[in-house]
Ligand binder design. Structure first.
Ligand code: NAP
Length: 507
């Protein structure tokens, strides 16, 4: 590798070492030592972010668009080193990481184009009505303004696209909010290189270094201090329900509570309806197995639960095809030792709750698929069956008739996605199911698999709790920027005082 790791934090453009370091635990390659964050360092980074906001918060959209494009270019300039270290740290294959880099740089450029367009500002104007009776109406102008410094936590399973320069950072910088990232201890080397790319792009754009800081850390202290820091105005978090809930509670308990945008895990139920099952049971079984094992099942959109009409034509072919495909799937390397261990424990905990169709043969830092079958009644009774076991674990839920299928849908917790496998003849049932499902999820799909989340205008990657902590938001796509903006109304202000976009005739 041509890159020489310094292992330090990057605070407002400067490398900062620490008295204490932690050792990384890569899947392959050498372990390296990285600085461990402290509350004092969190304070330094947050103060620098607040100071930077004084100018960055009023920067032009063009300046920020160029910054985002500069970050994308700087990441591409480090492509080979990034792929190599990310492969070592995460155990993910090269093709996946190359694709993820493209998604990351594409996302940065997507937000550059979005802010150049300007629609996200949601400009509104109520003209003054000086002659209105009984009272005149003042002139009102409104636009979305940045909220200030944002804390970002990435997840282990997307070391690029949901990490240091991932969607949260891209959308926060696009909104004109400085960012303080808590580095994920599963990929500190990847984080270091991406942070250097961001710092380089800030320098090239002539923007303050305080717009971005990366604090490494392998203890909860850095994260808990960060979300409680009085200068932090919002948190973007991608990770587990347990970690997300702990930090969400801390945000709510602050003297001045702040929004916590937690994008968490989900079991993403798939409903296979009768006609589709009859027409293509085997293909659907194979397709489900492929989606379930993609990336060793380590996706927030992994379709962990599949609802099947019991005894229906095609059901046996579906199950046989799924079992055969999953039996043939080799064990895959997991992102961390802890995730591999949690997978084994989670799978073992569920095995007692249903019929085991395929048993976990995982060893050390790897996981092989596990498949269970339960009745709808068991599924609704045992809440644990609805909780994500992060990895290649599938639960087939058999429903005895459409009424039970609808009852099961009503009993679901919040999800990122729900999928309908349906043919034309399934339309009447799909019509009854949709109003139930759309209250449960952020995205409903027909005849596809939920893994693969487009970065696009209409995308919603979020959902009711526990899929996310804020069902009005998305962490992927254009609307992600809204999390870091707030509406401000300017009443009767002279034009010369208004932000540039409002200081002109509006309809
Ligand atoms: P994680 O263990 O929750 O870690 C995420 C980050 O939060 C890490 O930086 C971690 O740092 C920190 N953290 C966790 N618990 C904390 C606590 N109690 N206090 C302070 N900081 C805490 O998640 P992960 O294992 O990396 O990621 C996998 C999970 O992410 C899966 O559940 C997956 O479904 C979910 N995910 C969701 C999405 C989505 O968009 N909805 C996307 C990708 C992944 P420390 O390790 O130092 O504590």
């Amino acid at each position: 590798m041509s890159y020489d790791f310094h292992g330090q934090h990057l605070i407002a453009g400067a490398r900062v070492d620490a008295a204490e370091r932690f050792a990384s635990s890569p899947a392959t390659g050498p372990s390296r030592r990285f600085a461990n964050g402290t509350p004092a360092l969190v304070d330094t980074a947050c103060r620098a972010a607040e100071e930077a906001f004084e100018s960055f918060g009023w920067s032009t959209r063009e300046t920020r668009a160029r910054l985002l494009e500069g970050i994308a270019g700087a990441i591409e300039g480090r492509a080979a080193d990034l792929t190599e270290i990310a492969m070592q740290e995460s155990g993910l294959p090269e093709a996946r990481l190359v694709g993820e880099r493209g998604r990351t740089t594409g996302q940065l450029r997507y937000f550059a184009a979005l802010i150049r367009g300007g629609d996200y500002l949601d400009l509104r104007h109520d003209a003054a009505l000086p002659d209105r009776q009984p009272l005149p109406r003042p002139e009102l102008r409104m636009m979305q303004r940045p909220i200030g410094p944002v804390a970002v936590f990435g997840a282990s399973n997307f070391p690029l696209a949901f990490s240091v320069a991932g969607g949260d950072t891209a959308s926060a910088l696009a909104a004109a909010c400085p960012v303080v990232v808590k580095g994920h201890p599963a990929h500190p080397g990847t984080s270091e290189i991406v942070a250097e790319a961001i710092a380089e792009a800030l320098r090239a754009a002539g923007l303050p270094g305080g717009c971005f800081s990366l604090i490494h850390g392998d203890s909860v202290e850095v994260g808990t201090t960060l979300v409680q820091h009085p200068l932090i105005r919002a948190v973007g978090f991608t990770g587990s329900l347990r970690g997300g809930r702990a930090l969400f509670d801390l945000c709510a308990a602050r003297a001045e509570p702040i929004p916590f945008f937690g994008e968490l895990g989900s079991v993403n139920p798939v409903f296979v309806l009768h006609e589709a099952l009859r027409a293509r049971g085997q293909t659907l079984g194979e397709g489900w197995a492929a989606s379930l094992t993609m990336g060793a099942g380590q996706f927030c959109t992994n379709p962990g639960v599949l609802v099947l009409p019991a005894g229906a034509e095609g059901a046996d072919s579906f199950v046989t095809a799924a079992v055969t495909a999953l039996e043939g799937a080799a064990p895959q390397t997991m992102l961390t030792d802890g995730i591999a261990e949690a997978f084994r424990a989670g799978a073992a905990g569920l095995e007692a709750l249903g019929a085991v169709l395929l048993r976990n043969e995982s060893r050390a830092r790897s996981a092989a698929p596990v498949l269970l079958r339960v009745t709808a009644e068991q599924f609704l009774r045992e809440r644990a069956l609805q909780h994500e076991v992060f990895g290649p674990l599938g639960v087939i839920v058999e429903v005895a008739g459409d009424a039970e299928l609808l009852a099961l849908a009503r009993g679901l917790e919040g999800q990122l996605t729900a999928t309908l496998q349906m043919d034309a003849g399934d339309m009447p049932l799909a019509r009854r199911l949709l109003p139930v499902l759309e209250r449960k999820v952020g995205r409903v799909l027909a005849n596809g698999w939920p893994t693969g989340v487009e970065v696009a205008d209409a995308m919603v990657h979020g959902g009711p709790y526990p899929a996310s902590t804020n069902f009005g938001a998305t962490s992927v796509g254009g609307m992600a920027i809204r999390r870091f903006l707030r509406p401000v109304c300017y009443q009767n202000l002279p034009m010369a005082l208004l932000p540039e976009e409002l200081a002109r005739p509006l309809e």
